[in-house]
Design a protein around this ligand. Structure first.
Ligand SMILES: Cc1cc2nc3c(=O)[nH]c(=O)nc-3n(C[C@H](O)[C@H](O)[C@H](O)COP(=O)(O)O)c2cc1C
Length: 330
């Protein structure tokens, strides 16, 4: 009987794994908390949530933290593919330490060429909070992005009808009011702005006056909900979630968010996560009930639009040095 050749599996050298982790850490994270830790023991790369970086007031269950780690996991998988490697991912391994989110093996059977443009995407993706142009992203492009999200085992839905968009904007506004009157949450959020270090959101990336076209009222804000204040022509929203609101779903939604964001960046679109309507539980339920049809448990909303052509580039948000987030055992 002829001998059958087993294909030779080449394990990625530690230097390659280290490079991949560095690229994974370019992922978006809530308030740029970068709540992840990576461990490599020569065969397995382990992704852990850094629970010291959880936001107890705004994110008590760790939904946004897990979404951020899911985005980093997808960034790693995407970077590996772009560099010609394959990843085998086991999420939430059995008998795990509660912080462990995934184990990854990086290897390849055949040499494949690196895709430079995909590596560049990881570096160009960013959160640009400047106002989008009035030209909306066409519905079919939004539906394509939803299909991208669903490849990660999530449910995704584009909010396209005027009625649903207005309803969502009112709810987003209501969530902001809830957050603004909650001293604990406001204090926590404030702690992540302008830290001048390797994490948090630099002041220079937050719009100076988010509503420059709105006539100022002489009175302090009341309770009347006004759609004129909140609807901007070009903004469209995609919701990502699933059938349940748990850690496995959040991890998948984080991977899906990253996949959608990179794909949108490739097509020249801009994306801003909008987590405040999800952070207020009563508003999250109302979004699921009165805005969405196909996503029973929304985990994150993504505002999508086009930036004006010729708009200036933005400085990158900082990242923690690799040695703080990556441990390599001999
Ligand atoms: C789960 C999650 C929730 C986020 N929520 C918001 C949000 O509500 N508003 C916002 O402006 N940015 C939000 N962001 C964007 C982060 O602030 C941003 O990713 C981080 O500051 C890093 O910047 P970068 O995306 O430019 O790399 C969120 C990001 C993630 C991953």
């Amino acid at each position: 009987m002829p001998m059958r050749h087993q294909p030779l599996v080449e394990k990625a050298p530690a230097e390659v794994v280290e490079r991949l982790v560095d690229l994974a850490c370019l992922a978006p994270s809530v308030h740029n908390t970068q709540p992840w830790r990576w461990r490599y023991d020569d065969a397995r790369l382990v992704l852990e949530a850094d629970l010291d970086r959880r936001l107890p007031a705004e994110d008590p269950r760790g939904r946004n933290l897990t979404l951020s780690c899911g985005a980093a996991l997808h960034h790693l998988e995407f970077a590996a593919r772009a560099m010609g490697w394959e990843t085998h991912v086991l999420v939430l391994p059995a008998d795990r330490d509660p912080a462990v989110l995934a184990e990854v093996l990086v290897s390849r059977v055949h040499q494949r060429a690196a895709v430079r443009s995909d590596l560049d995407l990881l570096r160009t993706r960013c959160t640009d909070r400047r106002r989008f142009t009035a030209w909306p992203v066409p519905d079919d492009r939004l539906h394509e992005l939803c299909r991208v999200a669903e490849q990660w085992g999530t449910r995704a839905e584009a909010v396209t009808s005027d009625a649903a968009r207005i309803r969502l904007e009112l709810l987003a506004n209501r969530a902001l009011t809830f957050l603004e009157i909650d001293g604990r949450r406001m204090l926590e959020q404030e702690q992540w702005i302008d830290r001048a270090g390797t994490d948090g959101i630099p002041l220079g990336l937050l719009p100076a006056d988010p509503e420059p076209l709105q006539a100022r009222s002489r009175f302090r804000p009341g309770l009347l909900e006004d759609t004129r204040m909140v609807i901007h022509g070009g903004d469209r929203v995609i919701a990502i979630g699933g059938a349940s609101d748990d850690i496995g779903g959040w991890l998948r939604s984080g991977q899906a968010m990253s996949a959608v964001w990179l794909e949108a960046t490739r097509s020249g679109m801009s994306l801003i996560p909008m987590s405040q309507p999800i952070e207020v539980e009563s508003v999250r339920h109302e979004v699921a009930r009165s805005v969405l049809r196909d996503v029973p448990e929304p985990h994150i909303l993504l505002r999508i639009g086009w930036q004006a052509i010729g708009r200036s580039g933005l400085p990158r948000t900082p990242r923690r040095p690799l040695h703080e987030v990556f441990v390599r055992h001999a």
